[in-house]
Design a protein around this ligand. Structure first.
Ligand SMILES: Nc1ncnc2c1ncn2[C@@H]1O[C@H](COP(=O)(O)OP(=O)(O)OP(=O)(O)O)[C@@H](O)[C@H]1O
Ligand SMILES: [Mg+2]
Length: 268
């Protein structure tokens, strides 16, 4: 059985954690007149999955892109393993909403592309790529091209690519948004298995409250205009319980409801 879960409101400013891999300090972001993020302070630990949840436009993608080093912050600092971020780096891998695969390359080559850039020999590259293609349920599609895949399958190629480079930090921006409900549940379970096995730091974005509660060690609720941390919730799920037991657990359902109550004010 799943143990009862506690949702606890934490210090919205975020508390420093000694073993943090990713440190977000006083991040503010403006796009011209638009204030997208204000005063974000968060720490992310190894082996944990944190989900950013909040209404459209609250700055989730912006924060992930700042952490990825793809978008500069207006002020504040990101540190990864103690080093200040000034651009992208090999210790971070990402799957973004608008993430494009190379249309002229097979699934196998797309997944192994990060390794190709690092100069990993072909046999080793293919071995690693095939492993993660299997992990995301795409065995048999190695020689297909992106246009031969569905949107959900393309997202999974992106996930396999992110995993294959063996980065410390994985930034996953709505990686399951194009996946149907039955497969989505399977991927949530696959994701949990990878979190458990790989001991990496996961930052995840979803619009699904249920998905967030199911996969997360911690959920950061963001409020919009400007994007700010409004609440931090840690759903304590007993992961040894069967998925269908967890999904029916009263504690699980209570956390889903509590988050919905926190977000409903932003519904249009
Ligand atoms: N390159 C850009 N130039 C100008 N404004 C931008 C840019 N990127 C994002 N914004 C604005 O910043 C705000 C935050 O956008 P962002 O994409 O980070 O939100 P989000 O939380 O990821 O939303 P969604 O849930 O819809 O993906 C929005 O108001 C958006 O219009
Ligand atoms: Mg987004």
């Amino acid at each position: 059985m799943a143990t009862p879960m506690q949702a606890r409101a934490a210090d919205p400013a975020g508390t420093a954690r000694s073993d943090a891999i990713v440190e977000v300090r006083d991040i503010c972001k403006r796009y011209g007149d638009l204030e997208a993020l204000r005063g974000i302070n968060l720490d992310f630990e190894r082996g944990k999955l944190t989900t950013l949840l909040g209404p459209s436009g609250c700055g989730k993608t912006t924060l992930l892109k700042i952490i990825a080093g793809l978008v500069p912050a207006t002020s504040g600092q990101i540190r990864i393993n103690g080093r200040v971020v000034t651009g992208p780096g090999p210790e971070r891998a990402f799957v973004f909403q608008d993430f494009a695969l190379m249309p002229w390359a097979t699934v196998l080559r797309n997944v192994g592309f990060g390794l190709e850039l690092k100069g990993v020999p072909q046999a080793e590259r293919h071995r690693i790529a095939r492993h993660y293609i299997g992990e995301v349920g795409l065995s048999g599609f190695e020689e297909k091209y992106p246009h031969e895949l569905s949107g959900g399958m393309r997202q999974r190629v992106g996930i396999a690519r992110a995993f294959s480079v063996n980065a410390d930090v994985l930034l996953l921006d709505e990686p399951f948004s194009a996946v149907d409900e039955q497969n989505r549940r399977k991927f949530q379970e696959d994701l949990l298995r990878l979190v458990d096995k790989e001991r990496k730091t996961f930052l995840f974005v979803t619009h699904s409250i249920e998905e967030a509660v199911y996969v997360s060690d911690r959920i950061v609720l963001l409020s919009p205009r400007p994007g700010r941390v409004s609440q931090i919730i840690e759903p304590a799920i007993d992961r040894t319980a069967a998925p269908d037991v967890i999904r029916r657990d009263k504690g699980y359902l209570d956390v889903v409801e509590e988050i919905w109550q926190g977000l409903r004010q932003y519904a249009e």
